[in-house]
Design a protein around this ligand. Structure first.
Ligand code: TLP
Length: 342
């Protein structure tokens, strides 16, 4: 099976499992897991910030960021197809009591002018804007990279309005690989940043919430406990994360090249609409129009032939490359696409 549904489907390699088995551990609720502490310190320093908190998932990292920087009844600005809008089960409303203010971006990217318009005036009738969230790379936008200049302009708008910013950086290392910019050049513009170890980096679980403000860290630690995310001998997972950071960042370019290769091939099929120039990292979003099969039936037919992809609404599909998909597998997957869709 060639599994292109997500970069979350990777399985830990033998070397990663060995690192996990050998991890030195302790009770992380007491702050005594040396491997978790090492991971937190490493990721904080990679992003040029003071502190990081290890959490089970990207969803929890985002939701802690929202919870600790807002009050119930306030509003959070986010792109209309952001992960926190689309895929986190309404947690911002359910757990933090905030309302999301959607702004529709161009392939997930919103502008400073849009943010300026979305930030509420400080009058006594109007709901107050508590936080601005951006996503880099933008998943539903097709793995799009936020231009640094756009982030800088949004930061300037946010700064003037006194509103903090959170970055959903589940795939920040994909953006960093594609642009060769240091992670801190993005992180410096945000009060909190989440990164995931379980996407392109190939760890089985784990994300971090990174920040400068130690008061926020303390709040995040308490809310992590409240949300059920305080783990004990979590060093076993942190060891996988350390292994991934050491060995898997350098190979992300292969995933980007493979995604571009797949898009270029898919473009040859008349029923497929895809723009390879829009494939900036490891996500390929394509449309199948005018085919005799409905999207769900296309997924089933591809599966029959050994290729897994996801539908993401309407006529759109998503294929994601990752460390368990070689270039040869991409070529084999294309042959299946050609047979089913051609
Ligand atoms: N994304 C998953 C699904 O939930 C859609 C995927 O397969 O891409 N932020 C972004 C930008 C994400 O893409 C994801 C996961 C998360 C946060 C949440 O991470 P987890 O799954 O660890 O909670």
């Amino acid at each position: 099976m060639i599994d292109l549904r997500s970069d979350t489907v990777t399985k830990p390699s033998a070397a990663m499992r060995k690192a996990m088995a050998q991890a030195e551990v302790g009770d992380d609720v007491y702050g005594e897991d040396p491997t978790v502490n090492r991971l937190q310190d490493l990721v904080a320093s990679l992003l040029g910030k003071k502190a990081a908190l290890f959490v089970p998932s990207g969803t929890m990292a985002n939701q802690l960021a929202i919870r600790i920087q807002t009050q119930p009844g306030q509003e959070v600005v986010a792109e209309s197809r952001a992960h926190i809008v689309r895929y986190e089960q309404g947690a911002a409303g359910a757990l933090a009591g905030v309302q999301l203010h959607w702004v529709a971006g161009e392939r997930g990217i919103i502008t400073a002018e849009q943010v300026q318009q979305a930030v509420r005036p400080k009058d006594p009738h109007t709901i107050q804007t508590a936080l601005i969230c951006l996503e880099n790379t933008h998943n539903s936008g097709g793995g799009t990279i936020y231009p640094l200049a756009t982030i800088e302009r949004i930061r300037s708008v946010a700064g003037k309005a006194g509103v903090p910013m959170h970055l959903d950086g589940a795939r920040l290392f994909n953006a960093v690989t594609a642009t060769t910019l240091p992670p801190a050049s993005y992180a410096q513009h945000f009060d909190t940043v989440s990164v995931c170890l379980s996407k392109g980096l190939g760890a089985p679980a784990g994300s971090l919430l990174i920040m400068n403000d130690l008061g926020l860290l303390e709040k995040a630690r308490r809310c992590r406990r409240m949300y059920g995310g305080a783990m004990r001998q979590a060093g076993i997972l942190a060891a996988a994360g350390l292994y991934a950071l050491e060995h898997h960042i350098g190979r992300l370019k292969e995933d980007h090249d493979n995604a571009k290769r797949l898009a270029r091939k898919l473009q040859q099929l008349s029923s497929v609409t895809v723009n390879p120039q829009h494939v900036e990292t490891n996500i390929v979003i394509f449309d199948v129009v005018g085919h005799r099969l409905a999207p769900g039936a296309i997924v089933d037919a591809l599966k029959q032939e050994g290729v897994l992809v996801n539908t993401i609404g309407g006529t759109s599909f998503r294929a994601v490359t990752h460390l368990d998909v070689s270039t040869a597998a991409v070529d084999r997957a294309y042959e299946v696409f050609a047979r089913v869709l051609g």
